[in-house]
Design a protein around this ligand. Sequence first.
Ligand SMILES: Cc1cc2nc3c(=O)[nH]c(=O)nc-3n(C[C@H](O)[C@H](O)[C@H](O)COP(=O)(O)OP(=O)(O)OC[C@H]3O[C@@H](n4cnc5c(N)ncnc54)[C@H](O)[C@@H]3O)c2cc1C
Length: 108
Amino acid sequence: MEGIRWLSSQEISEVEPHCVGLRGIRVPQTGIVDYKAVAIRYGEKIREAGAEIFLGESVKDMVVNSSGVEVISDHHTWSSKFLVVCAGLQSDRLALSSRCKTDWRSRS
Ligand SMILES: Cc1cc2nc3c(=O)[nH]c(=O)nc-3n(C[C@H](O)[C@H](O)[C@H](O)COP(=O)(O)OP(=O)(O)OC[C@H]3O[C@@H](n4cnc5c(N)ncnc54)[C@H](O)[C@@H]3O)c2cc1C
């Protein structure tokens, strides 16, 4: 990225009139987006590609077996050969619950 620079307190309010701070970092390539709209569009694209999205379910357990992994939520059980855990700061806890071998942790 180019053009990253420190902002003084006064420069912060010039860039973002509703923000106050002692110092800031200006990253010109970033912007504010309507993330709800972004998430809805991601959902549409995922469904268009033939996948299903299950909302309002909590993954309770994951069991690695000889054919892959079983993911157990409070409503369903899925079997898969591969699994990508995208649970934010809970990712390492969920991955560890599968009892599979990991060598990393979320930074929190
Ligand atoms: C206050 C705040 C402001 C931020 N502002 C910005 C910003 O302006 N710009 C920016 O780029 N980033 C921002 N971030 C960071 C950004 O939100 C994170 O980097 C991003 O959301 C991480 O995405 P993720 O998909 O890895 O995890 P998350 O968005 O945390 O998604 C993880 C999902 O997994 C679900 N989950 C967890 N455990 C389970 C379970 N057992 N079963 C089922 N589902 C589960 C959670 O409910 C959640 O929906 C901000 C973060 C915070 C806290």
